[in-house]
Write a protein that binds this ligand. Structure first.
Ligand code: MN
Length: 208
């Protein structure tokens, strides 16, 4: 399989990194078919139409997110956010951070359970569509950030570590209007070993 990275996916639909039914019973195959093949792929297609013939056409996706606004930003950020979101889910998820991230979580929030509670509350109370993020700054500090629509902490010069998609399309087929139930169940498939990796990569890239 070809490695797909966020730097190269601007006009490529990154394949789902597991089977469509791999996250059942927490996320159904039907939801993943719609979420990946229709919603996420739709953002990639729309972005391609919008940037054709512009200076964005040859840019890596993250650069487009950082340098655009309006419809191009919305579709580029949604494409980036979805690759990031799908990549952190796993049928073999580790449920707690380890090492440096575990220490940072305990220093900041007291415990992983408390961090999950606060992110769940942020996701439940975010009005309308958007994303709730765990992000880190250049000093390794942690932040929970709510963003409407396609919003991303990349725009605040923060590095995303974990994303919760609170658009209705992420949960409506399985959970209807019960967003809190959907988020509570989502924790079962959020793979903290991936979040650990992202945090370590960020600490390393910020070393002088
Ligand atoms: Mn989504």
């Amino acid at each position: 399989m070809t490695m797909t990275t966020l730097a190269t996916v601007a006009l490529t639909v990154a394949p789902l990194p597991y089977a469509y039914d791999a996250l059942e019973p927490y996320i159904s195959a039907e939801t993943l078919h719609f979420h990946h093949d229709k919603h996420y792929a739709g953002y990639v297609t729309k972005l391609g139409e919008l940037i054709e013939g512009t200076h964005y056409a040859t840019m890596p996706l993250e650069e487009i997110v950082l340098s655009s606004d309006g419809a191009i930003f919305n579709n580029a950020a949604q494409a980036w956010n979805h690759v990031f979101f799908f990549e952190q889910l796993s049928p073999h998820a580790k449920h707690h951070p380890t090492g440096a991230l575990r220490r940072a979580v305990e220093d900041t929030f007291g415990s992983t359970d408390e961090l999950k509670r606060r992110m769940t509350t942020a996701a439940t109370t975010l009005f309308g569509s958007g994303w709730v993020w765990l992000a880190t700054d250049r000093d390794g500090r942690l932040y929970i950030i709510s963003k409407p629509n396609a919003g991303t902490p990349l725009s605040d010069d923060l590095t995303p570590l974990l994303a919760i998609d609170v658009w209705e399309h992420a949960y409506y087929i399985d959970y209807r209007n019960a967003r809190k139930d959907a988020i509570d169940k989502l924790w079962n498939v959020i793979d903290w070993s991936k979040v650990d990796e992202r945090y370590i990569a960020c600490l390393n890239c910020n070393m002088p």
